[in-house]
Design a protein around this ligand. Sequence first.
Ligand SMILES: [Zn+2]
Ligand SMILES: [Zn+2]
Length: 257
Amino acid sequence: MSNFGITVLGTASAVPIADRNPSAQVLNVHGRLFLIDCGEGTQQQFRRFHQSFLKVEAIFISHIHGDHCLGIFGLLSTMAMYGRTAPLSIFAPRSFGPVLKFYMSYFGEDLSYQVEHVALDAKEPKEIYRSGELVVSAFPLNHKIECFGFRFCYKERYSYAYCSDTAPFPELAQWVKDVDILYHEATYTRAFADKAGPRFHSVTDDAARCALEAGARKLVIGHYSSRIRDISQFESECKEIFDNTVAANDGDVFEIC
Ligand SMILES: [Zn+2]
Ligand SMILES: [Zn+2]
């Protein structure tokens, strides 16, 4: 088992399709698990890819669009059915507060554990969590609504950055400088570039340029538009700019150390 790596649980964008779930990833830090985003169906993806959602210590939600957070209600309820007692921190934008309140008011009565919402607030990379040899920072992305990226550093030597969803902006490459693996959304291929701007998303070239400028070791892309079913096109376009690119599929595992 790796000491530090991710399992991708979902690579679809706005809507789930037959072989792709919306965004979610499990970060494994020496056997400790952390969940990044929680699109619809995330708890089934945990089972499908043999990960234990009961072990999740904290959850990091980038923003309150359904494809990044609609799976959280089911997950919280199932954790309670299995008798979870460990408190759970959810790092998410301020706007998650009323969402969690709604859930708790209807479904939270018998919750066997405490859920704490830690509201994100960062204008530039800012440490939000530290535990053992893991340090997590959050930074703002450029999306339609308030949205954050995360950088996870292990033993001060290895790092993973998660950037979804975002339009390109100049500071981002500096904020993810020298990262081992950069996950960057690539919702569209070049042919659909006109769709990206108004939706505050990236195309392949944006993700690849960010990886190149940041000096990342590897680029992993996902969050594909359901208009484009052949993802090899995403990967080949990125590779023209940044060779070490992988277009992720649901269930892919990427190990850093
Ligand atoms: Zn999204
Ligand atoms: Zn979004």
